[in-house]
Design a protein around this ligand. Sequence first.
Ligand code: CA
Ligand code: CA
Length: 290
Amino acid sequence: MKKIIGKITLMGLILILGFSSCENPIEVEFPEVLIINQAPQVTPISSKTLKEISGPKTFDLSTNVNDQENDALSFVVNSSDPGVVEASINGSILTLRSVSIGTAVISVDVTDSNGNAVSTTIGVSVEEGVDLVYALEINFDVPDGGFTEQMQGAVEEVNDIYSEGSFISSGSALIGPSSGDWVGIELFTQELDISNQPRFEFSYANVNDATNVNIFFGAGEEFSITMADLGEDVVLGNPGFNTIVVEDLQAVFDDLDIEADLSAVFAIGFNTEASGNSFNVDDVRLGIKE
Ligand SMILES: [Ca+2]
Ligand SMILES: [Ca+2]
């Protein structure tokens, strides 16, 4: 513990007595006093729970730390198991990245500018599940009706909607049935950069033939692939919703020799031209915000 001998001179102490004021500051000199710079104090930091599939989560530790002298503080963090959760710190902002299901303890060392240190710990558990914020997320949870009319203005990122023979039905998009002509939906968005984490996810119901469901993308240019092209097992003929998760959309396009620019995504859609075909789509998610 560093000791500081200080002489405190209090200038400008003005005493006001009754109605009279003293125009000259009174200088009060205290005897020499011993001031010991105190270590920072921490209040317990609540334990954190992260989902296994999650973007990084940040927590500001400054709210839990106090230094009596308001000294500048430096933080060092360490994860007891980086295979479960990785920890890093920038200033007082702790960043946790889940890696796998399990528990770990984050040690936090806080040191003030006088070298006084205090330590605390944060319990972290990583549990099964997904907690991601997507660049585009559409759940179609609007009242039943014509697709364009009901979805207009419903998604912040969507600028323009084109649809034929498509409807909102019980919080999902119902496409078709087709009479042999194009029926579908196309949602044109503000430009989205999903090149870093091009995850694509959606739920579907009543798909009878995955080659008859076309997925439209605007990504640099406009093109379509079929649901079968996603390389996922598709549950056919099921009126209940199943979910497809494509962890790396770029890899799918590469396999199909499609030159997609995922840094310039501007549209997503679903359609069919197969006579009599109809299907439902719900919870469309594209990319992940950092
Ligand atoms: Ca201090
Ligand atoms: Ca929905």
